[in-house]
Design a protein around this ligand. Structure first.
Ligand code: RBF
Length: 158
């Protein structure tokens, strides 16, 4: 069913773990920066709202979404990082580059998560156009960065 005009950033906040001592890495792709910055800000704000400390949130940039996998691996292998949140925006173009990037990143992040036994969150928008991206980075469909952060928090309960 269509989710038109629904704010999708509504989630159950019951039984969340205490994250006051947890350390997070937020990795942000620089492509489509207006969108990824808004997502990253949403993710950080949400972590702080749910009890993380500012000094326990590490922010790093990578050039594009394709590089999120390598960035995630570098962060996940650090003993003092508990969860990794990857932020990107791959807008569909005239060629199939977006398919290749999206599949590579989705698979790559899954591999990193399983290899290091830590939550690695796929906060990558895969819109058909820029408007869809804006709608999901603080627009009519909420902010997917918020959802990425809350997903990381929830996964720390495991
Ligand atoms: N990276 C993104 O994060 N979002 C994009 O929409 C995006 N579009 C790209 C389109 C083309 C044709 C190419 C070649 C790269 C694009 N990238 C994009 C960059 C990609 O994630 C990566 O940084 C580069 O391919 C270098 O490895």
């Amino acid at each position: 069913m269509s989710s038109a005009h629904k704010n999708l950033s509504i989630f159950s906040a019951n039984n969340l773990p205490d994250i006051s001592q947890k350390r997070f890495a937020i990795i942000v792709a620089e492509w489509n920066e207006e969108v990824t910055e808004a997502l990253a800000q949403g993710a950080k704000k949400t972590l702080l709202e749910y009890g993380a400390s500012e000094e326990n949130i590490v922010r790093v940039n990578v050039p594009g979404s394709y590089e999120l996998t390598f960035g995630a691996q570098k962060m996940a292998q650090k003993a003092d990082i508990d969860a990794v949140i990857c932020i990107g925006c791959v807008i569909q173009g005239e060629t199939k580059h977006n398919d290749y990037i999206n599949h590579a990143v989705a698979q790559g992040l899954t591999n990193v998560s399983l290899k290091y036994d830590k939550p690695v969150i796929f906060g990558v928008l895969t819109p058909n156009n820029e408007q869809q991206a804006l709608d999901r980075s603080g627009g009519i469909h909420g902010n997917k960065g918020d959802e990425a952060a809350i997903t990381a928090v929830k996964m720390l309960a495991f």
